[in-house]
Design a protein around this ligand. Structure first.
Ligand SMILES: [Zn+2]
Length: 112
C-alpha cells in the first residue's frame, strides 16, 4: 500500500496519507489547516510497517543506542544494511530514504 508524505505549503507541517487509489492524491489536503497546497515528500515507507521487518529488527544483536544515531553516517549505513538483509530492493529510492534517515525521520517511523 502506498503511503504518501506531504509537507503543507501553508503551515509547513508534515503528514502521511495512505492512498489506495493513486488518483486520490489530488484530493489530499493538509490534515492541520486543510490547505490543498502540498509538496509531496518521499513516498512509501510501508515496507517498515510489516510485522516481519519489525521482528527482524529485534534480532539485530548489535546495540544501537542514542550515541550510534548521533552519527548520521551510521544511520545511513544501518538503513542500507537492514534493507539488504530484508531483501528489499528500493533502487534509486534508497538514497532518498537514507537522506530521510539522516534527518531523523526513519527513527520517527520506527517509534510508531
Ligand atoms: Zn497546513
Amino acid at each position: 500500500m502506498p503511503i504518501y508524505e506531504y509537507r503543507c505549503n501553508q503551515c509547513s507541517r508534515e503528514f502521511s496519507e495512505l492512498l489506495l487509489n493513486p488518483k486520490e492524491t489530488k484530493k489530499v489536503r493538509c490534515k492541520y489547516c486543510h490547505s490543498p497546497s502540498l509538496t509531496r515528500l518521499v513516498s512509501s515507507f510501508s515496507v517498515h510497517q510489516t510485522e516481519g521487518s519489525r521482528l527482524a529488527d529485534f534480532d539485530t544483536s548489535k546495540p544501537r543506542g542514542n550515541e550510534f544515531y548521533k552519527d548520521s553516517r551510521n544511520i545511513g549505513l544501518w538503513a542500507k544494511k537492514r534493507m539488504k538483509e530484508l531483501g528489499v530492493d528500493l533502487g534509486s529510492k534508497m538514497d532518498e530514504i537514507v537522506e530521510k534517515g539522516r534527518t531523523g525521520k526513519i527513527l520517527d517511523e520506527y517509534d510508531k
